[in-house]
Design a protein around this ligand. Structure first.
Ligand SMILES: [Zn+2]
Length: 224
């Protein structure tokens, strides 16, 4: 069951096309996984369309959220050339013998994952080529994996794709959406048997409070 959702305001901005393209990607990926937000998004979209077109009744045909998101994301976020040797467009993302199903919105980014890098602390990362100042990646924490405490220089988002992530006294599970404010500090870990796969989006680089920036972030490319 999904316990952490975008706010009503975030969904309204998404329906209005008023989010940044980067934020639209993570909202869309959550909407792919979450029936509640999917319904709310469709209602907002229908009301908005009714308002814009001065209709008395909401639209009677199903709104195609996929094509709308495709238009938003493909027109604004152009990927760099896929990394040579990276896998083809895929419903799945793999790490060794593990295989995870990606939300529809993120499937086109699977081809841009340029392979996994082992960081430290039982944590893996695969950066995504976004032509954007934002940095996006998939992160995988094995059972017992952890990221030392770090601070956010800008907004950030996590979307749990599979497994469980522990942070403070919260447990985030598949589909959970976490919006992180600038200056927040986090130190997540995973206790789940299958670990945790996350999609992460980062507006500004991280600052590690523990002085481990160089160890964990040798090329300033930890996109968590
Ligand atoms: Zn939701």
């Amino acid at each position: 069951m999904i316990n952490f959702h975008p706010t009503g305001e975030q969904l309204t901005l998404f329906a209005e096309g008023a989010l940044t393209p980067e934020e639209a990607v993570v909202l869309s990926a959550h909407v792919d996984l979450c029936a509640r937000c999917n319904d709310e998004f469709h209602q907002k979209t229908e009301l908005l369309a009714a308002k814009v077109f001065h209709l008395n009744e909401p639209m009677l045909y199903p709104f195609q959220h996929d094509s709308m998101v495709e238009n938003i994301t493909s027109s604004t976020i152009k990927s760099a050339q896929p990394v040579q040797g990276s896998s083809h467009f895929s419903k799945y993302i793999r790490l060794d013998s593990l295989r995870f199903t990606l939300p529809r919105t993120l499937r086109k980014f699977a081809i841009k994952a340029g392979g996994w890098s082992y960081l430290a602390g039982k944590t893996w990362q695969a950066g995504i080529e976004f032509s954007s100042k934002w940095q996006a990646s998939f992160m995988y924490l094995e059972k017992g994996g952890h990221i030392p405490e770090h601070k956010y220089g800008g907004k950030s988002f996590w979307l749990v794709i599979d497994g469980e992530l522990n942070e403070g006294n919260k447990v985030y599970r598949k589909g959970d959406f976490v919006a992180i404010a600038k200056d927040a500090s986090k130190a997540p870990h995973s206790n789940d048997e299958k670990g945790c796969l996350l999609f992460t989006l980062l507006e500004k680089p991280l600052v590690f409070s523990t002085g481990l920036t160089n160890l964990l972030n040798p090329s300033s490319h930890l996109y968590f």
